[in-house]
Write a protein that binds this ligand. Sequence first.
Ligand code: NDP
Length: 479
Amino acid sequence: MKKPVLTTAGGHPVSQNQHSLTAGSRGPLLMQDMHLVEKLAHFNRERIPERVVHAKGSGAYGTFTVTQDITRFTRASVFAGIGKTTPTFLRFSTVAGERGSADTERDPRGFALKFYTDEGIWDIVGNNTPVFFERDPLKFPDFIHSQKRDPRTGYKNPIRMWDYWSRAPEAMHQITILFSDRGIPDGYRYMNGYGSHTFSLWNNGGERFWVKFHFKSMQGIKNLPPEKAAQLAGSDPDYAGRDLFEAIEAGQFPRWKMMVQIMPELDAERQSFNPFDLTKVWPHNEYPLQEVGILELNRNPENYFAEVEQAAFSPANVPPGIGYSPDKMLQARLFAYPDAARYRIGVNYQSLPVNRPLNQVTAYHRDGGMRFDNNGGRVDNYEPNGFNGPAQDESVTEPPLRIRGDAFRYDAHRENDDFTQAGNLYRILTGEERERLTDNIAAAMRGVPAEILRPNIEHFLRCDQDYGLKIAAKVGIKL
Ligand code: NDP
Protein backbone atom coordinates (compact mmCIF):
# COMPACT_ATOMS: atom_id res chain seq x y z
CA MET A 1 0.00 0.00 0.00
CA LYS A 2 1.29 3.46 -0.89
CA LYS A 3 2.25 5.51 2.19
CA PRO A 4 0.65 8.97 2.53
CA VAL A 5 2.99 11.89 1.80
CA LEU A 6 4.64 13.51 4.83
CA THR A 7 3.83 17.21 5.15
CA THR A 8 4.84 20.19 7.28
CA ALA A 9 2.30 21.57 9.74
CA GLY A 10 1.31 23.94 6.94
CA GLY A 11 0.51 20.98 4.69
CA HIS A 12 3.47 21.31 2.31
CA PRO A 13 4.85 18.01 1.02
CA VAL A 14 8.27 17.33 2.56
CA SER A 15 10.99 16.32 0.08
CA GLN A 16 13.54 15.13 2.65
CA ASN A 17 13.08 14.06 6.29
CA GLN A 18 16.47 12.41 6.90
CA HIS A 19 19.06 14.95 5.70
CA SER A 20 19.22 18.59 6.84
CA LEU A 21 19.99 21.35 4.35
CA THR A 22 23.69 22.27 4.54
CA ALA A 23 26.15 24.44 2.59
CA GLY A 24 28.31 21.71 1.10
CA SER A 25 28.25 18.09 2.24
CA ARG A 26 30.44 18.88 5.29
CA GLY A 27 29.16 22.42 5.70
CA PRO A 28 26.98 24.16 8.32
CA LEU A 29 23.18 24.17 8.39
CA LEU A 30 21.21 26.73 6.47
CA MET A 31 18.69 28.78 8.42
CA GLN A 32 16.25 28.43 5.57
CA ASP A 33 15.72 24.73 6.28
CA MET A 34 12.31 25.66 7.65
CA HIS A 35 11.22 22.02 7.91
CA LEU A 36 14.10 21.45 10.37
CA VAL A 37 13.36 24.70 12.23
CA GLU A 38 9.65 23.88 12.52
CA LYS A 39 10.47 20.35 13.71
CA LEU A 40 12.83 21.55 16.46
CA ALA A 41 10.64 24.48 17.50
CA HIS A 42 7.59 22.24 17.83
CA PHE A 43 9.58 19.62 19.71
CA ASN A 44 10.70 22.26 22.23
CA ARG A 45 7.06 22.98 22.97
CA GLU A 46 5.79 19.39 23.25
CA ARG A 47 5.35 19.54 27.03
CA ILE A 48 2.62 21.56 28.62
CA PRO A 49 3.05 22.47 32.30
CA GLU A 50 2.50 19.33 34.30
CA ARG A 51 -0.18 19.38 36.96
CA VAL A 52 1.23 20.65 40.28
CA VAL A 53 -0.53 17.70 41.92
CA HIS A 54 -1.83 14.50 40.28
CA ALA A 55 0.79 14.84 37.51
CA LYS A 56 1.17 11.10 36.79
CA GLY A 57 -2.01 9.53 35.51
CA SER A 58 -3.78 7.05 33.27
CA GLY A 59 -7.28 7.17 31.83
CA ALA A 60 -9.95 5.25 30.01
CA TYR A 61 -13.44 5.71 28.61
CA GLY A 62 -16.47 3.86 29.85
CA THR A 63 -20.18 3.74 30.48
CA PHE A 64 -22.28 4.49 33.52
CA THR A 65 -25.56 2.56 33.76
CA VAL A 66 -28.30 3.35 36.27
CA THR A 67 -29.44 0.28 38.24
CA GLN A 68 -31.60 1.89 40.97
CA ASP A 69 -34.02 4.78 40.80
CA ILE A 70 -33.01 7.96 42.66
CA THR A 71 -35.20 10.38 40.70
CA ARG A 72 -37.05 11.30 43.92
CA PHE A 73 -33.81 13.04 45.02
CA THR A 74 -32.59 14.59 41.79
CA ARG A 75 -33.74 15.80 38.40
CA ALA A 76 -30.26 15.11 36.93
CA SER A 77 -30.76 13.48 33.54
CA VAL A 78 -27.84 11.11 34.18
CA PHE A 79 -30.07 9.32 36.74
CA ALA A 80 -33.29 9.45 34.67
CA GLY A 81 -34.51 5.90 34.98
CA ILE A 82 -33.12 2.41 35.42
CA GLY A 83 -31.09 1.30 32.41
CA LYS A 84 -30.11 4.84 31.36
CA THR A 85 -26.49 4.93 30.13
CA THR A 86 -24.05 7.84 29.98
CA PRO A 87 -20.56 7.86 28.41
CA THR A 88 -17.70 8.57 30.84
CA PHE A 89 -13.95 9.16 31.01
CA LEU A 90 -11.98 8.34 34.17
CA ARG A 91 -8.44 9.51 34.95
CA PHE A 92 -6.54 7.83 37.77
CA SER A 93 -3.39 9.33 39.21
CA THR A 94 -0.96 9.52 42.05
CA VAL A 95 -0.78 12.88 43.86
CA ALA A 96 2.66 14.05 44.91
CA GLY A 97 4.95 12.54 42.27
CA GLU A 98 5.92 14.23 39.06
CA ARG A 99 4.87 13.13 35.57
CA GLY A 100 7.64 10.49 35.39
CA SER A 101 7.27 9.18 38.93
CA ALA A 102 6.42 5.61 39.91
CA ASP A 103 2.81 4.39 40.06
CA THR A 104 3.49 2.35 43.20
CA GLU A 105 4.34 5.17 45.64
CA ARG A 106 2.47 5.36 48.95
CA ASP A 107 0.12 8.20 48.07
CA PRO A 108 -3.61 8.78 47.68
CA ARG A 109 -4.83 7.98 44.16
CA GLY A 110 -6.87 10.45 42.13
CA PHE A 111 -10.21 9.17 40.81
CA ALA A 112 -11.41 11.89 38.40
CA LEU A 113 -14.57 10.89 36.59
CA LYS A 114 -16.20 12.78 33.74
CA PHE A 115 -19.80 12.04 32.72
CA TYR A 116 -20.82 13.33 29.28
CA THR A 117 -24.46 13.89 30.31
CA ASP A 118 -27.32 15.17 28.10
CA GLU A 119 -27.20 18.43 30.07
CA GLY A 120 -23.45 19.06 30.09
CA ILE A 121 -20.36 17.68 31.76
CA TRP A 122 -20.48 16.30 35.29
CA ASP A 123 -17.06 15.86 36.90
CA ILE A 124 -16.52 14.02 40.18
CA VAL A 125 -12.90 14.86 40.93
CA GLY A 126 -12.30 12.48 43.81
CA ASN A 127 -9.70 10.21 45.33
CA ASN A 128 -9.49 6.59 46.48
CA THR A 129 -10.01 7.93 50.01
CA PRO A 130 -13.27 9.27 51.44
CA VAL A 131 -11.50 12.10 53.31
CA PHE A 132 -8.56 14.49 52.85
CA PHE A 133 -5.65 15.90 54.87
CA GLU A 134 -7.15 19.40 55.05
CA ARG A 135 -10.49 20.99 55.67
CA ASP A 136 -9.48 24.60 54.93
CA PRO A 137 -8.15 25.49 51.46
CA LEU A 138 -6.02 28.30 52.90
CA LYS A 139 -3.66 25.58 54.12
CA PHE A 140 -3.50 23.56 50.89
CA PRO A 141 -0.43 25.13 49.19
CA ASP A 142 1.57 24.87 52.44
CA PHE A 143 0.55 21.26 52.91
CA ILE A 144 1.58 20.32 49.36
CA HIS A 145 4.89 22.22 49.71
CA SER A 146 5.67 20.20 52.84
CA GLN A 147 5.06 16.89 51.02
CA LYS A 148 6.96 17.81 47.86
CA ARG A 149 10.66 18.54 47.43
CA ASP A 150 12.92 20.34 49.87
CA PRO A 151 13.64 23.76 48.32
CA ARG A 152 17.33 23.51 49.20
CA THR A 153 18.20 19.94 48.22
CA GLY A 154 15.47 19.04 45.72
CA TYR A 155 14.85 15.84 47.70
CA LYS A 156 11.72 14.70 49.50
CA ASN A 157 12.28 15.15 53.20
CA PRO A 158 10.25 13.33 55.91
CA ILE A 159 11.27 15.97 58.48
CA ARG A 160 9.27 18.59 56.58
CA MET A 161 6.28 16.23 56.21
CA TRP A 162 6.07 15.35 59.90
CA ASP A 163 6.87 18.91 61.00
CA TYR A 164 3.85 20.06 58.99
CA TRP A 165 1.60 17.25 60.24
CA SER A 166 2.60 17.91 63.86
CA ARG A 167 0.79 21.25 63.38
CA ALA A 168 -2.15 19.81 61.40
CA PRO A 169 -4.10 17.34 63.56
CA GLU A 170 -6.99 17.42 61.08
CA ALA A 171 -4.77 15.25 58.81
CA MET A 172 -4.89 12.27 61.24
CA HIS A 173 -7.79 10.53 59.52
CA GLN A 174 -6.21 10.66 56.05
CA ILE A 175 -2.75 9.80 57.47
CA THR A 176 -4.28 6.64 58.94
CA ILE A 177 -5.72 5.63 55.56
CA LEU A 178 -2.51 6.58 53.74
CA PHE A 179 -0.28 4.40 55.91
CA SER A 180 -2.75 1.52 56.05
CA ASP A 181 -2.61 -1.30 53.49
CA ARG A 182 -4.81 0.78 51.18
CA GLY A 183 -2.05 3.43 50.88
CA ILE A 184 -0.50 1.42 48.01
CA PRO A 185 -3.28 -0.06 45.85
CA ASP A 186 -2.34 -2.91 43.50
CA GLY A 187 -3.04 -0.86 40.39
CA TYR A 188 -6.13 1.20 39.72
CA ARG A 189 -8.66 -1.60 39.21
CA TYR A 190 -8.57 -2.87 42.78
CA MET A 191 -9.39 0.29 44.72
CA ASN A 192 -12.51 2.24 45.54
CA GLY A 193 -13.22 5.78 44.42
CA TYR A 194 -14.91 8.46 46.51
CA GLY A 195 -16.33 11.87 45.58
CA SER A 196 -14.96 12.75 49.05
CA HIS A 197 -16.74 16.12 49.32
CA THR A 198 -20.35 16.49 50.26
CA PHE A 199 -22.34 17.52 47.20
CA SER A 200 -26.07 18.10 46.85
CA LEU A 201 -28.92 16.64 44.84
CA TRP A 202 -32.08 18.63 44.11
CA ASN A 203 -35.35 17.66 42.56
CA ASN A 204 -38.03 19.45 40.60
CA GLY A 205 -40.05 19.83 43.81
CA GLY A 206 -37.45 22.28 45.16
CA GLU A 207 -36.02 19.84 47.73
CA ARG A 208 -32.27 19.56 48.41
CA PHE A 209 -30.42 16.55 49.83
CA TRP A 210 -26.76 16.38 50.78
CA VAL A 211 -24.94 13.48 49.14
CA LYS A 212 -21.66 11.54 49.27
CA PHE A 213 -20.61 9.47 46.23
CA HIS A 214 -18.81 6.12 46.58
CA PHE A 215 -17.49 3.83 43.83
CA LYS A 216 -16.82 0.34 45.16
CA SER A 217 -14.44 -1.76 43.10
CA MET A 218 -16.22 -4.86 41.81
CA GLN A 219 -12.79 -6.45 41.33
CA GLY A 220 -12.36 -6.27 45.13
CA ILE A 221 -9.64 -4.45 47.06
CA LYS A 222 -6.02 -5.48 46.45
CA ASN A 223 -2.98 -3.71 47.84
CA LEU A 224 0.76 -4.05 47.34
CA PRO A 225 3.12 -4.88 50.21
CA PRO A 226 5.65 -2.00 50.54
CA GLU A 227 8.61 -4.20 49.53
CA LYS A 228 6.89 -5.29 46.30
CA ALA A 229 5.86 -1.67 45.59
CA ALA A 230 9.46 -0.48 46.04
CA GLN A 231 10.72 -3.18 43.70
CA LEU A 232 8.09 -2.26 41.05
CA ALA A 233 8.99 1.43 41.37
CA GLY A 234 12.35 0.46 39.90
CA SER A 235 11.42 -2.31 37.51
CA ASP A 236 8.03 -1.12 36.21
CA PRO A 237 7.25 2.47 37.27
CA ASP A 238 4.20 2.51 34.95
CA TYR A 239 2.75 -0.59 36.62
CA ALA A 240 -0.74 0.75 37.39
CA GLY A 241 -1.27 2.43 34.03
CA ARG A 242 -0.07 -0.65 32.19
CA ASP A 243 -2.33 -2.93 34.22
CA LEU A 244 -5.37 -0.79 33.40
CA PHE A 245 -4.52 -0.47 29.71
CA GLU A 246 -3.77 -4.15 29.21
CA ALA A 247 -6.88 -5.31 31.08
CA ILE A 248 -9.09 -3.13 28.86
CA GLU A 249 -7.27 -4.22 25.68
CA ALA A 250 -7.89 -7.85 26.75
CA GLY A 251 -11.61 -7.18 27.23
CA GLN A 252 -11.43 -7.46 31.04
CA PHE A 253 -13.44 -4.32 31.70
CA PRO A 254 -13.10 -3.06 35.30
CA ARG A 255 -16.30 -2.08 37.07
CA TRP A 256 -17.31 -0.07 40.09
CA LYS A 257 -20.64 0.02 41.87
CA MET A 258 -21.73 3.63 42.37
CA MET A 259 -23.35 4.15 45.75
CA VAL A 260 -24.66 7.21 47.55
CA GLN A 261 -25.24 8.30 51.10
CA ILE A 262 -28.10 10.76 51.32
CA MET A 263 -28.73 13.29 54.11
CA PRO A 264 -31.92 15.41 54.16
CA GLU A 265 -30.96 19.10 53.99
CA LEU A 266 -31.95 20.02 57.53
CA ASP A 267 -30.18 17.01 59.13
CA ALA A 268 -26.89 18.83 58.54
CA GLU A 269 -27.69 21.30 61.33
CA ARG A 270 -28.40 18.51 63.82
CA GLN A 271 -25.24 16.43 63.29
CA SER A 272 -22.60 16.28 66.02
CA PHE A 273 -19.91 16.33 63.31
CA ASN A 274 -19.76 18.88 60.50
CA PRO A 275 -21.05 17.04 57.40
CA PHE A 276 -19.23 19.55 55.19
CA ASP A 277 -15.83 18.83 56.73
CA LEU A 278 -13.61 17.00 54.23
CA THR A 279 -11.70 15.26 57.03
CA LYS A 280 -14.86 13.37 58.08
CA VAL A 281 -16.92 10.50 56.69
CA TRP A 282 -20.62 10.00 57.30
CA PRO A 283 -20.87 6.80 59.36
CA HIS A 284 -22.49 4.02 57.36
CA ASN A 285 -24.81 3.00 60.18
CA GLU A 286 -26.40 6.47 60.23
CA TYR A 287 -26.30 7.04 56.46
CA PRO A 288 -26.37 3.65 54.71
CA LEU A 289 -24.92 3.21 51.26
CA GLN A 290 -27.54 2.92 48.52
CA GLU A 291 -26.68 1.50 45.12
CA VAL A 292 -27.28 3.76 42.12
CA GLY A 293 -25.49 2.26 39.14
CA ILE A 294 -22.52 0.54 37.58
CA LEU A 295 -19.51 2.23 36.06
CA GLU A 296 -17.58 0.16 33.53
CA LEU A 297 -14.35 1.18 31.76
CA ASN A 298 -14.26 -0.39 28.31
CA ARG A 299 -12.18 1.68 25.88
CA ASN A 300 -8.59 2.87 25.95
CA PRO A 301 -7.63 6.29 24.59
CA GLU A 302 -5.96 6.38 21.18
CA ASN A 303 -3.46 9.08 22.16
CA TYR A 304 -2.15 9.67 25.67
CA PHE A 305 -1.38 13.37 25.31
CA ALA A 306 -4.58 14.35 23.52
CA GLU A 307 -6.92 12.43 25.77
CA VAL A 308 -5.26 11.88 29.16
CA GLU A 309 -2.77 14.74 29.55
CA GLN A 310 -5.19 17.29 28.12
CA ALA A 311 -8.14 15.96 30.11
CA ALA A 312 -9.27 18.61 32.57
CA PHE A 313 -11.70 18.02 35.41
CA SER A 314 -13.47 20.46 37.69
CA PRO A 315 -15.89 19.85 40.54
CA ALA A 316 -17.56 23.07 39.31
CA ASN A 317 -18.95 21.04 36.38
CA VAL A 318 -22.37 19.89 37.60
CA PRO A 319 -25.54 19.45 35.54
CA PRO A 320 -28.97 20.60 36.79
CA GLY A 321 -30.09 18.36 39.67
CA ILE A 322 -26.61 18.18 41.23
CA GLY A 323 -25.10 21.02 43.24
CA TYR A 324 -22.30 22.06 45.54
CA SER A 325 -22.24 22.24 49.34
CA PRO A 326 -20.70 24.60 51.89
CA ASP A 327 -17.58 22.35 52.14
CA LYS A 328 -14.76 24.95 52.15
CA MET A 329 -12.37 22.70 50.23
CA LEU A 330 -14.99 22.10 47.55
CA GLN A 331 -15.75 25.81 47.32
CA ALA A 332 -12.05 26.60 46.74
CA ARG A 333 -11.69 23.81 44.18
CA LEU A 334 -14.60 25.31 42.20
CA PHE A 335 -12.18 28.15 41.47
CA ALA A 336 -8.84 26.34 41.53
CA TYR A 337 -9.50 23.56 39.02
CA PRO A 338 -10.73 25.62 36.05
CA ASP A 339 -8.00 28.16 36.91
CA ALA A 340 -5.34 25.42 36.72
CA ALA A 341 -6.72 24.17 33.39
CA ARG A 342 -6.72 27.66 31.88
CA TYR A 343 -3.07 28.05 32.89
CA ARG A 344 -2.03 24.53 31.88
CA ILE A 345 -3.94 24.07 28.62
CA GLY A 346 -5.43 27.44 27.69
CA VAL A 347 -8.68 29.33 28.00
CA ASN A 348 -10.47 27.19 25.39
CA TYR A 349 -9.59 23.88 27.07
CA GLN A 350 -13.25 22.91 27.39
CA SER A 351 -13.54 22.69 23.60
CA LEU A 352 -10.94 19.93 23.31
CA PRO A 353 -12.52 16.61 22.29
CA VAL A 354 -11.93 14.84 25.64
CA ASN A 355 -13.32 17.77 27.62
CA ARG A 356 -16.24 18.98 25.54
CA PRO A 357 -19.80 17.95 26.29
CA LEU A 358 -21.71 15.79 23.81
CA ASN A 359 -24.68 18.17 23.87
CA GLN A 360 -24.41 21.43 21.95
CA VAL A 361 -22.57 24.31 23.68
CA THR A 362 -24.26 27.67 23.07
CA ALA A 363 -22.18 29.95 25.34
CA TYR A 364 -21.39 33.52 24.25
CA HIS A 365 -17.69 33.18 25.15
CA ARG A 366 -15.59 34.10 22.13
CA ASP A 367 -11.98 34.26 21.02
CA GLY A 368 -8.97 33.57 23.26
CA GLY A 369 -5.83 31.57 22.51
CA MET A 370 -6.13 28.42 20.36
CA ARG A 371 -9.79 28.89 19.48
CA PHE A 372 -9.87 25.91 17.16
CA ASP A 373 -13.62 25.42 16.65
CA ASN A 374 -15.81 27.84 14.65
CA ASN A 375 -15.84 30.35 17.56
CA GLY A 376 -19.62 30.63 17.53
CA GLY A 377 -19.65 31.16 13.76
CA ARG A 378 -21.94 33.95 12.62
CA VAL A 379 -24.06 34.04 15.81
CA ASP A 380 -23.66 37.47 17.46
CA ASN A 381 -21.84 37.59 20.81
CA TYR A 382 -24.06 39.35 23.32
CA GLU A 383 -27.13 38.51 25.35
CA PRO A 384 -29.94 39.54 25.81
CA ASN A 385 -30.48 40.12 22.13
CA GLY A 386 -33.20 40.59 19.54
CA PHE A 387 -31.97 37.96 17.09
CA ASN A 388 -33.42 34.92 18.87
CA GLY A 389 -30.02 33.78 20.17
CA PRO A 390 -29.59 31.25 23.01
CA ALA A 391 -31.30 32.45 26.20
CA GLN A 392 -31.53 31.41 29.85
CA ASP A 393 -33.89 28.67 31.01
CA GLU A 394 -35.28 29.35 34.48
CA SER A 395 -36.62 25.82 34.79
CA VAL A 396 -33.10 24.70 35.79
CA THR A 397 -32.88 27.08 38.77
CA GLU A 398 -31.44 25.40 41.88
CA PRO A 399 -33.54 25.77 45.05
CA PRO A 400 -32.29 28.62 47.28
CA LEU A 401 -29.56 27.63 49.76
CA ARG A 402 -30.20 28.54 53.39
CA ILE A 403 -27.13 30.26 54.86
CA ARG A 404 -26.70 31.86 58.25
CA GLY A 405 -23.81 33.06 60.40
CA ASP A 406 -21.45 36.00 60.61
CA ALA A 407 -18.58 36.32 58.15
CA PHE A 408 -15.45 35.52 60.15
CA ARG A 409 -12.25 33.45 59.98
CA TYR A 410 -13.48 30.61 62.21
CA ASP A 411 -10.93 28.32 63.82
CA ALA A 412 -12.28 24.91 62.87
CA HIS A 413 -10.17 23.17 65.55
CA ARG A 414 -12.29 24.79 68.24
CA GLU A 415 -15.44 23.09 67.05
CA ASN A 416 -13.94 19.92 65.61
CA ASP A 417 -12.79 16.57 66.79
CA ASP A 418 -9.81 15.55 64.66
CA PHE A 419 -9.22 12.19 66.31
CA THR A 420 -12.37 10.08 66.80
CA GLN A 421 -12.92 9.02 63.19
CA ALA A 422 -9.21 8.23 62.67
CA GLY A 423 -9.43 6.14 65.85
CA ASN A 424 -12.61 4.46 64.56
CA LEU A 425 -10.71 3.32 61.49
CA TYR A 426 -7.84 2.04 63.64
CA ARG A 427 -10.32 0.12 65.78
CA ILE A 428 -11.93 -1.68 62.79
CA LEU A 429 -8.54 -2.93 61.55
CA THR A 430 -7.38 -6.44 62.45
CA GLY A 431 -4.35 -6.94 64.70
CA GLU A 432 -2.16 -7.68 61.67
CA GLU A 433 -3.42 -4.61 59.81
CA ARG A 434 -2.60 -2.46 62.88
CA GLU A 435 0.92 -3.86 62.96
CA ARG A 436 1.47 -3.09 59.29
CA LEU A 437 -0.05 0.40 59.66
CA THR A 438 2.22 1.30 62.56
CA ASP A 439 5.25 -0.32 60.84
CA ASN A 440 4.59 1.85 57.79
CA ILE A 441 4.32 5.00 59.90
CA ALA A 442 7.48 4.17 61.84
CA ALA A 443 9.34 3.55 58.57
CA ALA A 444 8.17 6.90 57.20
CA MET A 445 9.40 8.61 60.39
CA ARG A 446 12.97 7.35 59.98
CA GLY A 447 15.47 10.17 60.45
CA VAL A 448 12.92 12.59 61.93
CA PRO A 449 14.16 14.22 65.18
CA ALA A 450 12.43 13.34 68.46
CA GLU A 451 11.16 16.89 69.04
CA ILE A 452 9.14 16.62 65.81
CA LEU A 453 8.01 13.05 66.51
CA ARG A 454 6.65 13.79 69.98
CA PRO A 455 3.74 16.07 68.98
CA ASN A 456 2.87 13.62 66.18
CA ILE A 457 2.78 10.72 68.62
CA GLU A 458 0.58 12.84 70.86
CA HIS A 459 -1.91 13.01 67.98
CA PHE A 460 -1.83 9.23 67.44
CA LEU A 461 -2.39 8.68 71.17
CA ARG A 462 -5.46 10.90 71.00
CA CYS A 463 -6.87 8.78 68.12
CA ASP A 464 -6.37 5.59 70.10
CA GLN A 465 -4.03 4.90 73.01
CA ASP A 466 -2.83 1.63 71.51
CA TYR A 467 -2.14 3.33 68.15
CA GLY A 468 0.13 5.96 69.73
CA LEU A 469 1.88 3.51 72.05
CA LYS A 470 2.71 1.15 69.18
CA ILE A 471 4.24 3.92 67.07
CA ALA A 472 6.19 5.33 70.02
CA ALA A 473 7.66 1.88 70.70
CA LYS A 474 8.53 1.34 67.04
CA VAL A 475 10.36 4.68 66.69
CA GLY A 476 12.01 4.37 70.12
CA ILE A 477 10.35 7.37 71.80
CA LYS A 478 9.93 7.00 75.59
CA LEU A 479 6.70 8.57 76.76
P1 NDP B 1 -18.07 0.80 58.72
O1 NDP B 1 -17.52 -0.33 59.51
O2 NDP B 1 -19.48 0.77 58.29
O3 NDP B 1 -17.21 1.03 57.39
C1 NDP B 1 -15.85 0.90 57.42
C2 NDP B 1 -15.32 1.19 56.04
O4 NDP B 1 -13.91 1.16 56.14
C3 NDP B 1 -15.70 0.20 54.98
O5 NDP B 1 -16.30 0.93 53.95
C4 NDP B 1 -14.37 -0.38 54.49
O6 NDP B 1 -14.35 -0.45 53.13
C5 NDP B 1 -13.40 0.71 54.91
N1 NDP B 1 -12.03 0.32 55.19
C6 NDP B 1 -11.53 -0.82 55.66
N2 NDP B 1 -10.18 -0.75 55.75
C7 NDP B 1 -9.84 0.48 55.32
C8 NDP B 1 -8.61 1.16 55.16
N3 NDP B 1 -7.45 0.59 55.48
N4 NDP B 1 -8.62 2.41 54.69
C9 NDP B 1 -9.79 3.01 54.36
N5 NDP B 1 -10.99 2.42 54.50
C10 NDP B 1 -11.00 1.17 54.97
O7 NDP B 1 -17.75 2.05 59.61
P2 NDP B 1 -18.08 3.61 59.59
O8 NDP B 1 -18.91 4.05 58.46
O9 NDP B 1 -18.55 3.97 60.94
O10 NDP B 1 -16.60 4.17 59.43
C11 NDP B 1 -15.55 3.80 60.29
C12 NDP B 1 -14.28 4.22 59.66
O11 NDP B 1 -14.16 3.57 58.39
C13 NDP B 1 -14.25 5.70 59.33
O12 NDP B 1 -13.76 6.46 60.38
C14 NDP B 1 -13.40 5.75 58.11
O13 NDP B 1 -12.04 5.90 58.50
C15 NDP B 1 -13.55 4.42 57.44
N6 NDP B 1 -14.34 4.53 56.22
C16 NDP B 1 -15.65 4.95 56.31
C17 NDP B 1 -16.34 5.23 55.15
C18 NDP B 1 -17.69 5.85 55.23
O14 NDP B 1 -18.10 6.43 54.21
N7 NDP B 1 -18.40 5.75 56.33
C19 NDP B 1 -15.74 4.98 53.84
C20 NDP B 1 -14.41 4.43 53.88
C21 NDP B 1 -13.75 4.26 55.04
P3 NDP B 1 -14.83 -1.80 52.34
O15 NDP B 1 -16.27 -1.93 52.62
O16 NDP B 1 -14.55 -1.48 50.93
O17 NDP B 1 -13.97 -2.90 52.86
